[in-house]
Design a protein around this ligand. Sequence first.
Ligand code: NAD
Ligand code: DAU
Length: 335
Amino acid sequence: MKLLVCGGAGFIGSTFARQRLHEHDDEVTVLDKLTYAGREANFHDFAEDPRFRFIHGAIEDRAVVVAAIEACAPDAVINFAAETHVDRSIANPDAFVSTHALGTYVLLEATRERGTPFLQVSTDEVYGSIESGRFTEESPLAPSSPYSATKAGADLLVQSYFHTYGMHAVICRGSNNYGPYQYPEKLIPLMILNALHGDVLPIYGDGMQVRNWIHSTDFAAAIGCVLERGRPGEVYNAGGPDEEANVTVVRRIIELTGAAETQIEHVADRPGHDVRYSLSSEKVRALGWEPRVGFEEGLEQTVIWYRENRWWWEPIRSGDYRAYYERHYGRSLAS
Ligand code: NAD
Ligand code: DAU
């Protein structure tokens, strides 16, 4: 297949691009705005592959999107492009509204005109928080943050294009991803790097919030499965095999890095913090997908990857990220 992967310079999009190039015989064009989270460094092992091409641009820029589609003539468009950090959406939702609402709309219009199949990458956060049991694809949408509300808005727009125009559009909603190439504003890479540097490990509130962890290669494979076998108009959930409370995850990172328990600090809670996410993935499993990486093994490999790939994260920790960290946590990183 020829694929146009929007947002493919980020954590999961680049994992998906790598998987489609290395494990399938696809041609991949990435369209990405290169926000703080999008990095050409994420293409380091496939940038020279003749089946790969990168186009720099924003999904809300209609001229760029149309030119990218004309240049690539894709068999499918997969939309990973998003602002993805809940804390940043609470501080300033502007870019979240623009990328998720306007950007998704522009992509839908451009692909509808050509009859190109479209896959929207979405999140379990659109369902809100669940105390017991699991969200299914029929669960009502009840997003809590500007991040999840704008992602839910994008999902509804995608579904409206299926119902109104008969567009070949599907949605795949994932649970919390972790693995190599994740920007260190997110819980797991933040805690690994802070643990390795002797920095504080800032747990929001009591740390008893539960997340349903999925390795990024498993989520990428679920998206590939939905792309190949999903039915237009349908939603498919892809949740990881394990659920853990944040404090448990941080304690395990302390063990794996040799950091000290005394580095843990309970800090002010995130406003509107969702207590638990959990996804039922029966529908995508029926298409032949299953997660391969257990959390224990995946976390250990992830810690090793960050230990061995300083070249990847050192420029981040010494760049704008420091200012973000200081603003958000009210303290400095160790140099
Ligand atoms: P990320 O922040 O690492 O990457 C997002 C990418 O989108 C970056 O490369 C960025 O430059 C690009 N981008 C942002 N705005 C853009 C725009 N207007 N035009 C073009 N490109 C733009 O995010 P991620 O964790 O890889 O998430 C990818 C997708 O998966 C998102 O849609 C997210 O909602 C979804 N998702 C993420 C998780 C998770 O745990 N990380 C879980 C479920 C679903
Ligand atoms: O569930 C899927 C979602 O997972 C994706 O849609 C989002 O794009 C992705 O960012 C992620 O959202 P979370 O808010 O769950 O991830 P985050 O890594 O920000 O936080 C995970 C948990 O850890 C959450 O309960 C908040 C907590 N946390 C996070 C940070 C950054 C802390 O306790 N301390 C921290 O410093």
